[in-house]
Design a protein around this ligand. Structure first.
Ligand code: ADE
Length: 248
Protein backbone atom coordinates (compact mmCIF):
# COMPACT_ATOMS: atom_id res chain seq x y z
CA UNK A 1 0.00 0.00 0.00
CA UNK A 2 1.25 3.47 -0.84
CA UNK A 3 0.67 6.35 1.54
CA UNK A 4 1.11 9.88 0.20
CA UNK A 5 1.22 12.75 2.66
CA UNK A 6 0.67 16.39 1.71
CA UNK A 7 2.39 18.28 4.51
CA UNK A 8 4.46 21.29 5.55
CA UNK A 9 6.66 18.98 7.67
CA UNK A 10 7.74 16.01 5.54
CA UNK A 11 10.71 15.22 7.83
CA UNK A 12 8.41 14.77 10.80
CA UNK A 13 6.37 12.18 8.89
CA UNK A 14 9.38 10.38 7.39
CA UNK A 15 11.35 10.28 10.63
CA UNK A 16 8.34 9.13 12.60
CA UNK A 17 7.54 6.22 10.32
CA UNK A 18 11.03 5.11 9.30
CA UNK A 19 11.50 3.30 12.61
CA UNK A 20 10.26 0.10 14.18
CA UNK A 21 7.54 -1.95 12.49
CA UNK A 22 6.50 0.64 9.93
CA UNK A 23 10.18 1.21 9.10
CA UNK A 24 10.64 -2.50 8.45
CA UNK A 25 7.45 -2.61 6.37
CA UNK A 26 8.87 0.19 4.22
CA UNK A 27 12.18 -1.67 3.87
CA UNK A 28 10.36 -4.83 2.84
CA UNK A 29 8.34 -2.88 0.28
CA UNK A 30 5.02 -3.77 1.91
CA UNK A 31 4.16 -0.10 2.31
CA UNK A 32 5.64 3.13 1.03
CA UNK A 33 5.40 6.60 2.56
CA UNK A 34 5.76 9.38 0.04
CA UNK A 35 5.72 12.96 1.32
CA UNK A 36 5.03 16.07 -0.73
CA UNK A 37 6.01 19.41 0.77
CA UNK A 38 3.18 21.86 0.18
CA UNK A 39 5.62 24.75 0.57
CA UNK A 40 7.42 23.67 -2.61
CA UNK A 41 4.26 24.66 -4.50
CA UNK A 42 4.06 28.22 -3.20
CA UNK A 43 4.65 30.89 -5.85
CA UNK A 44 5.27 33.50 -3.16
CA UNK A 45 8.83 34.83 -3.07
CA UNK A 46 9.01 34.05 0.64
CA UNK A 47 7.37 30.64 0.10
CA UNK A 48 4.40 31.63 2.19
CA UNK A 49 1.51 29.20 2.25
CA UNK A 50 -0.89 30.98 4.63
CA UNK A 51 -2.72 34.29 4.89
CA UNK A 52 -5.19 36.18 7.08
CA UNK A 53 -8.76 34.89 7.19
CA UNK A 54 -11.43 36.79 5.25
CA UNK A 55 -13.91 38.19 7.74
CA UNK A 56 -11.23 38.57 10.37
CA UNK A 57 -10.54 36.43 13.40
CA UNK A 58 -7.55 34.84 15.02
CA UNK A 59 -4.86 32.87 13.28
CA UNK A 60 -3.90 32.17 9.73
CA UNK A 61 -5.48 30.05 7.02
CA UNK A 62 -3.60 27.80 4.60
CA UNK A 63 -4.10 29.02 1.06
CA UNK A 64 -5.84 26.94 -1.57
CA UNK A 65 -3.36 27.27 -4.40
CA UNK A 66 -0.20 25.59 -3.02
CA UNK A 67 -2.31 22.69 -1.77
CA UNK A 68 -4.14 22.36 -5.08
CA UNK A 69 -0.87 22.36 -6.99
CA UNK A 70 0.79 19.89 -4.62
CA UNK A 71 -2.22 17.62 -5.02
CA UNK A 72 -2.14 17.92 -8.82
CA UNK A 73 1.54 17.04 -8.89
CA UNK A 74 0.97 14.08 -6.59
CA UNK A 75 -2.08 12.72 -8.44
CA UNK A 76 -0.13 12.84 -11.68
CA UNK A 77 2.86 11.15 -10.05
CA UNK A 78 0.63 8.33 -8.78
CA UNK A 79 -1.02 7.92 -12.17
CA UNK A 80 2.31 7.81 -13.99
CA UNK A 81 3.61 5.15 -11.60
CA UNK A 82 0.90 2.72 -12.72
CA UNK A 83 1.53 0.15 -15.44
CA UNK A 84 -1.97 0.60 -16.81
CA UNK A 85 -2.77 4.29 -16.70
CA UNK A 86 -6.16 3.82 -18.32
CA UNK A 87 -7.26 1.69 -15.35
CA UNK A 88 -6.07 4.35 -12.91
CA UNK A 89 -8.64 5.28 -10.31
CA UNK A 90 -8.41 8.49 -8.32
CA UNK A 91 -7.08 7.74 -4.83
CA UNK A 92 -9.09 8.75 -1.79
CA UNK A 93 -7.93 11.98 -0.18
CA UNK A 94 -8.25 12.10 3.60
CA UNK A 95 -8.11 15.48 5.28
CA UNK A 96 -7.11 14.91 8.91
CA UNK A 97 -9.04 17.38 10.99
CA UNK A 98 -10.78 17.53 14.36
CA UNK A 99 -13.93 18.17 12.30
CA UNK A 100 -13.86 14.69 10.77
CA UNK A 101 -15.45 11.33 11.48
CA UNK A 102 -13.67 9.64 14.38
CA UNK A 103 -11.05 7.13 13.21
CA UNK A 104 -11.54 3.59 14.43
CA UNK A 105 -10.49 0.02 13.70
CA UNK A 106 -13.17 -0.65 11.12
CA UNK A 107 -12.25 2.52 9.24
CA UNK A 108 -8.63 1.33 9.30
CA UNK A 109 -9.73 -2.01 7.89
CA UNK A 110 -11.64 -0.32 5.10
CA UNK A 111 -8.76 2.00 4.18
CA UNK A 112 -6.26 -0.88 4.24
CA UNK A 113 -7.93 -2.16 1.07
CA UNK A 114 -6.84 0.93 -0.91
CA UNK A 115 -3.76 0.74 -3.10
CA UNK A 116 -2.97 4.44 -2.69
CA UNK A 117 -4.12 6.79 0.02
CA UNK A 118 -3.51 10.53 0.15
CA UNK A 119 -3.45 12.23 3.56
CA UNK A 120 -3.69 16.00 3.73
CA UNK A 121 -2.25 17.64 6.86
CA UNK A 122 -3.39 21.08 7.91
CA UNK A 123 -1.79 23.70 10.12
CA UNK A 124 -2.73 27.06 11.59
CA UNK A 125 -6.46 27.70 11.86
CA UNK A 126 -7.36 25.55 8.90
CA UNK A 127 -7.38 25.32 5.13
CA UNK A 128 -9.26 27.46 2.60
CA UNK A 129 -12.56 25.63 2.19
CA UNK A 130 -12.51 25.81 -1.61
CA UNK A 131 -9.57 23.48 -2.06
CA UNK A 132 -11.07 21.04 0.42
CA UNK A 133 -14.28 20.96 -1.63
CA UNK A 134 -12.24 20.27 -4.73
CA UNK A 135 -9.94 17.47 -3.59
CA UNK A 136 -11.02 15.88 -0.28
CA UNK A 137 -13.07 12.67 -0.20
CA UNK A 138 -12.94 11.90 3.55
CA UNK A 139 -12.69 14.01 6.69
CA UNK A 140 -11.12 12.06 9.55
CA UNK A 141 -10.34 12.97 13.17
CA UNK A 142 -8.28 10.81 15.51
CA UNK A 143 -10.21 11.96 18.56
CA UNK A 144 -11.99 14.82 20.26
CA UNK A 145 -8.96 16.93 21.06
CA UNK A 146 -7.01 19.45 19.03
CA UNK A 147 -3.38 19.01 17.97
CA UNK A 148 -1.09 21.62 16.44
CA UNK A 149 -1.15 19.99 13.03
CA UNK A 150 -2.27 17.01 11.00
CA UNK A 151 1.06 15.18 10.86
CA UNK A 152 0.64 13.17 14.05
CA UNK A 153 -2.92 12.15 13.13
CA UNK A 154 -1.73 11.12 9.64
CA UNK A 155 1.06 9.06 11.24
CA UNK A 156 -1.41 7.46 13.64
CA UNK A 157 -3.59 6.43 10.71
CA UNK A 158 -0.66 5.13 8.66
CA UNK A 159 0.64 3.09 11.60
CA UNK A 160 -2.76 1.60 12.32
CA UNK A 161 -3.57 0.78 8.68
CA UNK A 162 -0.08 -0.63 8.00
CA UNK A 163 -0.27 -3.27 10.67
CA UNK A 164 -3.36 -4.70 8.96
CA UNK A 165 -1.43 -5.29 5.74
CA UNK A 166 -0.36 -8.93 5.35
CA UNK A 167 3.29 -9.47 6.25
CA UNK A 168 3.73 -6.26 8.25
CA UNK A 169 3.37 -7.99 11.61
CA UNK A 170 5.50 -11.05 12.28
CA UNK A 171 2.58 -12.96 13.58
CA UNK A 172 0.03 -13.16 10.78
CA UNK A 173 -2.86 -13.78 13.12
CA UNK A 174 -2.09 -11.28 15.83
CA UNK A 175 -3.83 -8.33 14.21
CA UNK A 176 -6.97 -10.39 13.71
CA UNK A 177 -7.53 -11.63 17.18
CA UNK A 178 -7.15 -8.58 19.15
CA UNK A 179 -8.68 -5.67 20.78
CA UNK A 180 -11.42 -3.69 19.13
CA UNK A 181 -11.88 -5.80 16.01
CA UNK A 182 -14.93 -7.21 17.73
CA UNK A 183 -15.57 -4.22 19.98
CA UNK A 184 -14.01 -5.96 22.95
CA UNK A 185 -10.83 -4.95 24.71
CA UNK A 186 -8.01 -7.44 24.83
CA UNK A 187 -7.66 -9.84 27.75
CA UNK A 188 -4.74 -9.42 30.18
CA UNK A 189 -1.38 -10.82 29.12
CA UNK A 190 1.41 -12.32 31.22
CA UNK A 191 4.93 -13.53 30.55
CA UNK A 192 7.76 -14.95 32.67
CA UNK A 193 8.40 -15.07 35.57
CA UNK A 194 5.47 -17.01 36.98
CA UNK A 195 5.61 -14.96 40.18
CA UNK A 196 6.51 -11.26 40.15
CA UNK A 197 6.82 -9.54 43.55
CA UNK A 198 4.36 -11.99 45.02
CA UNK A 199 1.85 -11.72 42.15
CA UNK A 200 1.15 -15.00 40.45
CA UNK A 201 0.10 -15.57 36.85
CA UNK A 202 -3.55 -16.81 36.74
CA UNK A 203 -3.50 -20.58 37.20
CA UNK A 204 -5.58 -21.35 34.12
CA UNK A 205 -2.85 -19.93 31.84
CA UNK A 206 -0.40 -22.51 33.18
CA UNK A 207 -2.82 -25.40 32.75
CA UNK A 208 -2.20 -26.08 29.08
CA UNK A 209 -5.97 -26.57 28.73
CA UNK A 210 -6.72 -24.57 25.59
CA UNK A 211 -10.50 -24.52 25.84
CA UNK A 212 -10.34 -23.28 29.42
CA UNK A 213 -7.78 -20.66 28.49
CA UNK A 214 -9.96 -19.42 25.63
CA UNK A 215 -13.00 -19.27 27.90
CA UNK A 216 -11.08 -17.40 30.59
CA UNK A 217 -9.72 -14.89 28.08
CA UNK A 218 -13.13 -14.27 26.60
CA UNK A 219 -14.56 -13.62 30.05
CA UNK A 220 -11.70 -11.29 30.98
CA UNK A 221 -12.20 -9.37 27.73
CA UNK A 222 -15.85 -8.87 28.48
CA UNK A 223 -15.24 -7.81 32.07
CA UNK A 224 -12.50 -5.41 31.04
CA UNK A 225 -14.67 -3.86 28.34
CA UNK A 226 -17.53 -3.52 30.79
CA UNK A 227 -15.29 -1.77 33.31
CA UNK A 228 -13.27 0.46 31.00
CA UNK A 229 -15.27 0.96 27.80
CA UNK A 230 -18.93 0.13 28.43
CA UNK A 231 -19.81 2.16 25.32
CA UNK A 232 -18.19 -0.55 23.17
CA UNK A 233 -20.29 -3.36 24.58
CA UNK A 234 -23.40 -2.21 22.76
CA UNK A 235 -21.76 -3.09 19.44
CA UNK A 236 -20.04 -6.25 20.67
CA UNK A 237 -21.38 -9.63 19.67
CA UNK A 238 -22.14 -11.35 22.96
CA UNK A 239 -24.08 -14.52 23.54
CA UNK A 240 -27.24 -14.32 25.60
CA UNK A 241 -25.38 -16.05 28.39
CA UNK A 242 -22.63 -13.46 28.30
CA UNK A 243 -25.11 -10.58 28.35
CA UNK A 244 -26.82 -12.17 31.31
CA UNK A 245 -23.46 -12.60 33.07
CA UNK A 246 -22.96 -8.84 32.84
CA UNK A 247 -26.27 -8.02 34.43
CA UNK A 248 -25.46 -10.14 37.46
N1 ADE B 1 -5.60 18.08 13.55
C1 ADE B 1 -5.57 18.67 14.74
N2 ADE B 1 -6.17 17.91 15.66
C2 ADE B 1 -6.59 16.78 15.02
C3 ADE B 1 -7.29 15.62 15.42
N3 ADE B 1 -7.70 15.43 16.66
N4 ADE B 1 -7.57 14.69 14.49
C4 ADE B 1 -7.18 14.88 13.21
N5 ADE B 1 -6.53 15.95 12.78
C5 ADE B 1 -6.23 16.91 13.67
Amino acid sequence: MNFHVLTLFPDMVQNGLNTSITGRAIEKGLISVNTVNIRDFSDDKHKRVDDYPYGGGAGMVMQAEPIYKAYGYLANHIKMSKDDQTAYKKPRVVYVTPQGEIFNQSMAQELAAEEDLILLCGHYEGIDERVLEMIVSDYVSIGDYVLTGGELPAMVMIDCISRLIPGVLNNETSSEFESLQDNLLEYPQYTRPEVFMGRKVPEVLLSGHHANIEAWRRQESIIRTYERRPDLLEQAELTEEEREFLTR
